[in-house]
Every structure is written in structure tokens, then in C-alpha cells.
Design a protein around this ligand. Structure first.
Ligand code: ITT
Length: 204
């Protein structure tokens, strides 16, 4: 019997870390296509100041050009003592060409004399399926440490201590395995909501 081809789904991102995290959650139920495999070399637009706007803008850009089922996500770190900064600007907090270390260093500097270290990561996923739009979200609360710890993950992971059921974790996201992070992370929650929606649509 020939195998039924898996439904293709494009993940509109240029962030290879995100693809690895999402692929682990999707398992083998989809043919997760990258922008490269579509032949898309354009820079994805991200012009809004909210995560929801940017997620939809990225997915719409791909949908309009390739007419494929596609999702995009936008994530950010919202720090309470900084009135929700860096938020939708998380990737560019220290400037347009900022590296993860630059952004993290700026965050630690801005929080240097602040006792309130509360923060949350937030993810919004925008899915265009058969021309219909859907939104999924996830959030993970935690505390910003005073210095970076751990080699894993990306972005602000080395300074983020997630809140667990029994209290704040004694390890940053960067000190956890990908599976440990996925189980509690903002992106993990949003992707599980996406997968369960796709299951309900009998797409799998
Ligand atoms: P896209 O191609 O999907 O846009 P990106 O890296 O630009 O990839 P975002 O626009 O979602 O990603 O930027 C979010 C930034 O927020 C990202 O560069 C990190 O600095 C931070 N961030 C998002 N998720 C994170 C996570 O799980 N751990 C640590 N930092 C994260």
C-alpha cells in the first residue's frame, strides 16, 4: 500500500531554534515545510507593535504569495517592572542588529536596581488554514535572574527562571533540555493548542 502523504504545513519563520522546538511538538503528523523549501528568500515583515499583529503579518505574507496553509508565531518577553518591555521588540531590544547577548545585557542593565524581577514570555500563533484565520496563545511566567546561566535555548533563556507548580525553578530555560522547556514554555502551550485544533479539524 502506498503511504498517504502527510499534510504540508509551512512554518513562516527564519529562526532555526523555533523550528526545532515546534517540530518536536508536532511529531511526524505533518510535513513541516520551511521557508527555504518554498523558495522564499524574502525578509518577513514585522511592522506592528503587538505580537498578534506581527504573527498574522508574517503568515499573511507567505499565504498571499504561495497560497499554502501556513502559520507564523511571534513571541516576546514582557517584564512587569519595565511596563511590558521589550515585548514585540524583544529581538531588536538593543538595536536592529542586536545579538541575543546584547539584548540580555541591556535587560539586565535596565533591571539592575529593580527588586521586582517578574516577567512572562508570551507566544501568539496565527494560522491560515484553507483561507480561514485562527489564533493560538501561550504564556509562561517567571523571574529574571541577575546574571546569565546555561548554554541551551536562545534569546533571553539564560536569564529566565520559569515558575513551576512548587515555585520558581532553580534552573533557567537555558539549563533545561528542549523537552523540559517545551513542556512548560509559552511556545509549547501555543503549539499544543495549534496541534489540538488541527486534530479537531481532522487534518491529521
Ligand atoms: P521569526 O523569524 O519567527 O520572526 P525571530 O527570532 O525574529 O524569528 P521573534 O520575532 O518571535 O523571533 O522574536 C522574539 C524574540 O524574543 C527572540 O529573538 C528572542 O530574543 C525572544 N524570545 C522568543 N521566544 C523565546 C524563548 O523561547 N526563549 C528566549 N527568548 C525568546
Amino acid at each position: 500500500m502506498p503511504e498517504t502523504p502527510l499534510p504540508p504545513l509551512v512554518f513562516a519563520t527564519r529562526n532555526a531554534n523555533k523550528v526545532l522546538e515546534v517540530q518536536a511538538l508536532l511529531g511526524n503528523a505533518y510535513q513541516l515545510l520551511s521557508l527555504d523549501s518554498l523558495g522564499c528568500t524574502d525578509e518577513l515583515p514585522e511592522t506592528g507593535d503587538t505580537l498578534a499583529y506581527n504573527a498574522r503579518e508574517k503568515a499573511a505574507f507567505v499565504h498571499e504569495r504561495w497560497c499554502v496553509d501556513v502559520f507564523a508565531e511571534d513571541s516576546g518577553l514582557l517584564v512587569t517592572a519595565l511596563n511590558g518591555e521589550p515585548g514585540a521588540y524583544s529581538a531588536r531590544y538593543a538595536g536592529p542588529a542586536a545579538r541575543d547577548q546584547d539584548n540580555t545585557a541591556l535587560l539586565l542593565a535596565r533591571l539592575a536596581d529593580r527588586p521586582d524581577r517578574e516577567a512572562r514570555f508570551r507566544t501568539v500563533i496565527s494560522l491560515c488554514l484553507s483561507g480561514e484565520w485562527h489564533l493560538f496563545q501561550g504564556e509562561c511566567r517567571g523571574i529574571i535572574g541577575h546574571s546569565a546561566s546555561g548554554e541551551g535555548g536562545f534569546g533571553y533563556d539564560p536569564v529566565f527562571y520559569p515558575m513551576l507548580e512548587g515555585g520558581v525553578s532553580d534552573r533557567t530555560f537555558a539549563q533545561m533540555s528542549r523537552a523540559e522547556k517545551n513542556a512548560i514554555s509559552h511556545r509549547g502551550q501555543a503549539v499544543r493548542a495549534l496541534v489540538s485544533f488541527l486534530n479537531e479539524q481532522s487534518v491529521i
